[in-house]
Write a protein that binds this ligand. Structure first.
Ligand SMILES: NC(=O)c1ccc[n+]([C@@H]2O[C@H](COP(=O)([O-])OP(=O)(O)OC[C@H]3O[C@@H](n4cnc5c(N)ncnc54)[C@H](OP(=O)(O)O)[C@@H]3O)[C@@H](O)[C@H]2O)c1
Length: 342
């Protein structure tokens, strides 16, 4: 299973946008190394460097360039000693493929939404609900494989920002999202639809935010979400109003975020989950790939108070924190807890 002391992994859907983010992150990872990349039609049988239409504003990772893109095939994974699979498959086909992999003993870390609401599958965010990883034992691990999901991109940012505020009693959340084009994958939306336009509808997104945020935070507030696609490339901005049962002031909120230090020190987590930026106009989408590691920091700004409601804005990188980076962090947590890497 290990080569050069690293764990061999496969990225499924490696030619898509989330797949590219996976390849970028895993190409210089201290624990995992990519040995297999899959697509569906793009470049099957070609080298990744020749087939890929690289869209990330991050350097192309040369290391992965020589890997030949294959079709997803569990037999060839098994033959190559791969047990860890990162999935960036479209949700409508991911469900059956991921089930099948789990049944064959694979450890599946997925971005797809197909299994997020299964009661024995965690929506894991390692700096918020690390304990939910125990659900893999209800799937049969260690006797079988498992599926671990990460949240939808907008829910990821919202949950990270709300988690440190649970102590004030979250009763109601109103959130409006301004979501980047890359959230729809590549080739994604038609330029005729999105250029110079905002689209006040993203199929299924509002329901996902409402359901996932409750599952991740293990609380049951009213959540009212409105999701809008905007013509920016990367990063989802969210404007949020929260009604609390307590009466925190903006300074209390800021203090709670400043103490949002993850319990586990994982390579893909930032030292603090939430960074508050002062000044009007912050956070903006130009910050999407800032931070260490790039794209994992959730930024907030614009705190204000009206009665028992606190308002603020946040920025989450949909491809990294809300996508591949979240999944890699999940695999790191699994490795930390179950593989005794301490
Ligand atoms: N984009 C985001 O911001 C974001 C954030 C969080 C979660 N997600 C989720 O992550 C997943 C990937 O999203 P994405 O934006 O990266 O999509 P994408 O750019 O459209 O990429 C989809 C990938 O899946 C492959 N694929 C498509 N149909 C397939 C099939 N029938 N069999 C095997 N592989 C197939 C594609 O290969 P080809 O190139 O060969 O077609 C491509 O590699 C989705 O489930 C999405 O909901 C996306």
């Amino acid at each position: 299973m290990k080569n050069n002391n690293k764990i061999n992994v496969c990225v499924m859907g490696a030619t898509g946008l989330i797949g590219q983010a996976f390849v970028n992150i895993l190409s210089s990872h201290p624990v995992f190394q990519i040995v297999s990349l899959t697509g569906s039609k793009t470049g099957i049988g070609e080298k990744y460097r020749d087939a890929i239409n690289w869209k990330l504003p991050l350097a192309f990772p040369d290391k992965a360039g020589d890997i030949i893109i294959s079709k997803p095939d569990k037999k060839s994974l098994g033959n190559r000693g791969i047990q860890v699979v990162f999935s960036a498959l479209p949700s409508d086909i991911a469900g059956d493929i991921e089930d099948d992999l789990r049944n064959e003993g694979f450890f599946v870390f997925t971005n797809a939404g197909a299994h997020r609401y299964d009661t024995d599958v965690p929506i894991l965010v390692p700096d918020i609900n690390p304990g939910s990883i125990k659900l893999i034992e209800e799937q049969g691990f260690p006797k079988s494989g498992f599926i671990i999901t990460n949240p939808n991109c907008s829910s990821a940012g919202l949950s990270v920002a709300l988690a440190p505020l649970k102590r004030f009693g979250i009763e109601e959340v109103t959130v409006s999202t301004y979501q980047a084009i890359s959230g729809a994958g590549y080739p994604g939306l038609s330029a005729m639809d999105i250029s110079g336009n905002v689209i006040p509808h993203i199929e299924g997104e509002e329901e996902k935010i409402e359901k996932e945020t409750r599952k991740i935070l293990e609380i049951d507030p009213e959540i009212f979400a409105t999701c809008v696609r905007v013509p920016v490339l990367y990063g989802h901005l969210e404007t949020i109003w929260v009604e609390f049962s307590g009466s925190p002031c903006p300074e209390d909120i800021q203090k709670a975020w400043s103490k949002s230090v993850p319990e586990f020190n994982l390579p893909s987590l930032t030292s603090r989950s939430v960074e508050y930026l002062t000044g009007p106009g912050y956070p903006g989408n130009h910050l999407s790939f800032r931070g260490d590691p790039p794209g994992m920091q959730v930024y907030t700004g614009g705190l204000k108070k009206r009665g028992r409601r606190i308002g603020f804005n946040l920025l989450v990188n949909n491809l990294v924190r809300g996508g591949a980076g979240g999944s890699v962090a999940n695999a790191e947590l699994f490795h930390e807890i179950y593989r005794g890497s301490k």
